[in-house]
Design a protein around this ligand. Structure first.
Ligand code: SF4
Ligand code: SF4
Length: 95
């Protein structure tokens, strides 16, 4: 099964507030200079949550599949990550 097909098996209930945030946006600029684009958070995220636009990181948190990989991959420990509020976020469609 392709990744896109697997992602289709998830159901999303959007939280009004992001459960992901960046601690220090200046660190991302440093990270981009050091690692180039794509930076680690962009490379590792299976759901394309992160993008780099106008010299800053943009987070499309609504698509997050809650795997936690970005928090581990960020070399600056610069991602504040929490589970979405109870009842929000992802649910499995078949299980
Ligand atoms: S990997 Fe971390 S520091 Fe680098 S751009 Fe992503 S959030 Fe910012
Ligand atoms: S937790 Fe997983 S899906 Fe969510 S933003 Fe991080 S890497 Fe992407």
């Amino acid at each position: 099964m392709r990744l896109e097909e697997k992602l289709y098996t998830l159901r999303y209930k959007k939280d009004e507030e992001s459960h992901l945030s960046i601690n220090d946006v200046d660190k991302c600029i440093e990270c981009e200079k050091e690692n180039g684009n794509p930076m680690p958070c962009i490379s590792i995220c299976p759901a394309n949550v992160y993008s780099w636009e106008d010299n800053k990181i943009v987070i499309g948190y609504e698509n997050c599949v809650e795997c936690g990989a970005c928090r581990i991959a960020c070399p600056y420990e610069n991602i504040h990550w929490e589970y979405p509020k109870f009842g929000k976020g992802i649910a499995l469609r078949y299980g």
